[in-house]
Ligand binder design. Structure first.
Ligand code: A3P
Length: 328
């Protein structure tokens, strides 16, 4: 895909200021309504810039997701699948590429919205990009061209809990006094249920990609975090096929699929030095890499939300997704 032409962001600042806005989660910026989705300005600016400048190529592959649904894991798996010819040995001696052992997955596969319009760091034969943008907010060339999209979603209860902890940590990182004014989990939950969350409404984000994947299954592969947890090997094979680089019989015999899964497991990634103590830059904001590896389990919401809260969001999702054929 082509590079960026430098342009003053002022024009986007103006465009954004014309949009409807809401207060959203306390302690964070206001949310702006763009094409029926609530976005923070930092993502929105990048979305507008990509809209005007990004030209997808038919060979590009996009990893799309709403926040906190397994993006980091999908990036890790995809990057490892694409660079599996260079899998590191246990002592790391034959690494020929920048690898997951030395870079957080977000530094291996850039987000479209953050203007990092380069392909993955050396070694990936496939041009891999990522985006949190809703389907209808993607640059037109991504929709119109033959490039492919792998989309991951996750149970809304776990997604919400993961988001709350992540954003609270982000706010605390900026200024420790801010965290006291950050939305309580109950308050944030009510907003999430109204669709007021980063890239929300969450159900609408899912629905956009779900419907597109029904129309164009050859273009969009739809994944669920929970399915990935249940049978990672199966989904790693599906991803490789979808990317156009299926595992050969020999690779399967040699256990390459298992190695990819192991290399990207929550435990392996979380324990790496780069993810324990490293930081990751997003538009000049430093985010601790460890924030991307909290617990990585299905159903952790039960430790933070009541049964009634769980029921409430399930009912909303059911209503909103009714008739689509999609269920969790
Ligand atoms: P929890 O907060 O529930 O632990 P995203 O990558 O979209 O920001 O999503 C983050 C969630 O994915 C976090 O969930 C994180 O722990 C989990 N996660 C990160 N790496 C993972 C991995 N390799 N395997 C499983 N889950 C992972």
């Amino acid at each position: 895909a082509s590079g960026i032409s430098p342009e003053s962001p002022q024009k986007y600042v103006e465009e954004i200021s014309q949009l409807p806005k809401e207060k959203g989660w306390r302690g964070l910026q206001e949310l702006f309504l763009y094409k029926n989705f609530w976005l923070y300005p930092v993502f929105l600016e990048g979305a507008l810039h990509a809209r005007d400048h990004f030209q997808a190529q038919p060979t590009d592959i996009f990893l799309c997701s709403s926040m906190k649904t397994g993006t980091t894991w999908l990036k890790a798996l995809s990057f490892t699948i694409a660079t599996r010819g260079h899998l590191p040995t246990d002592d790391g001696s034959d690494m020929t590429t920048v690898s997951l052992r030395t870079a957080v997955p977000h530094d291996c596969i850039p987000f479209l919205e953050f203007n990092e319009y380069s392909t993955a760091v050396t070694g990936s034969e496939i041009p891999l990009f990522a985006s949190h943008l809703p389907y209808t907010c993607l640059p037109k060339s991504i929709i119109d061209s033959d490039c492919k999209i792998a989309y991951i979603c996750r149970d809304p209860k776990d997604t919400f809990v993961s988001m709350w902890f992540f954003l609270r940590k982000f706010v605390a990182g900026k200024n420790s006094t801010d965290v006291e004014s950050f939305s309580s989990i109950d308050e944030a939950f009510e907003l999430f249920c109204k669709g007021l969350s980063s890239h929300g409404p969450y159900w609408k984000h899912i629905l956009g990609y779900w419907e597109a994947s029904k129309r164009r299954p050859e273009k969009i592969l739809f994944l669920k975090y929970e399915d990935l947890v249940e049978d990672t090997q199966l989904w790693v094979k599906k991803l490789a096929e979808f990317f156009g680089c299926p595992f050969s019989a020999e690779e399967e015999r040699e256990g390459v699929v298992e190695r990819v899964v192991k290399e990207c497991s929550f435990e392996s990634l979380r324990n790496l030095e780069v993810n324990r103590s490293g930081k990751h830059e997003k538009r000049g904001r430093a985010i601790e890499n460890s924030a991307y590896f909290r617990k990585g389990v299905v159903g952790d919401w039960r430790n933070h939300l009541t049964d009634e809260m769980g029921k409430k969001i399930d009912v909303i999702m059911e209503e909103k997704l009714m008739g689509s054929g999609f269920t969790f």
